[in-house]
Design a protein around this ligand. Sequence first.
Ligand code: SF4
Ligand code: SF4
Length: 324
Amino acid sequence: MTETGTELFNDKIKSGYENCTGCGVCMLTCPVWRQTRDIMLTTCGRTRALQNGDGPQDLRDSLTACVLCGSCGPVCPAGVDTVGLTTELRMELAEKTGPAPACHAPNVVHGKASGKVFFPGSAMRKDDRLLRRALRLLEPDGAGLYEDAEISDMAGKMEAGIRPDPEWFKDFVSSMAGAAEIIAADGFLHRHLRQWLPGVRVTGLGETLLRRPDIKKALKATDLYMIEARGYHADYGRLVNFYDRMRLETGCRLNTSLQRTAIPTGAANRQNRPGPVRVDAEEQARWILDKRKTDRVVAEAVEDMKIFKKMPGIEVIHVAELVN
Ligand code: SF4
Ligand code: SF4
């Protein structure tokens, strides 16, 4: 039996995989299931295999196939922490198959955060024009840019199964002592930031921008608004109502499923271990567009925006481009 109780950095997160009944509801929302129809590559397959005594090494293909979109979590009637489980299993797998690299801090000095800070994430940092636009919209509300190259780098490594170095982790938490709110474009970080910094409010970039009346007003009823899936599922109970209100107010369409989870493209997936199965983000995008009559896609995530730009005959913009 695997030893995983899913304790992430001593945060005492219990995945609850023992409670899985094998109902398969999590598969309905899973892009890996949609593209492969292989139950063993889904959360359902992993939890049942763990219950049968398998360990992370037996689940390598399944663990590498998951894009950590999180849409399986909110729908699970047994309350399994699906993302926590997969993240922890990846870390156990990396440690078992060695070498077990800890994610050391790169040579970047921590800034001391205070007040409201914006983590743009690696994808937006590569797009200077978009980053400036987002900042112009956030700064009047008091948000300042935080040099997040280091935390972005760490997030990518965590996603690939590398545990953060404890010393780095301590430094990071202390550098955030003065922060009241973090606006993080990278939804992967949301759950972790909430665990590490319990007194700090964590929000997504899309949600923050949508609180501006001019942004909301610029959305058209014919738009397809692409919610960033990872951050949404990390705070599903609150955000499902937020986006529902936004949909009613603007009339726009959302990338939500019948279970009201956000259908991901999988483009934000940074898992870099070789594996036989990869979610095809372009195929996901085509499927999302099918039956949703739209002439414009408005994306919260830069990664999603880039994938939809490959689709012919459709205008694609980032939410920060809705107003000048
Ligand atoms: S996190 Fe996403 S890709 Fe992974 S098992 Fe759940 S639904 Fe499937
Ligand atoms: S939805 Fe929950 S209980 Fe049902 S198969 Fe998936 S993990 Fe198990």
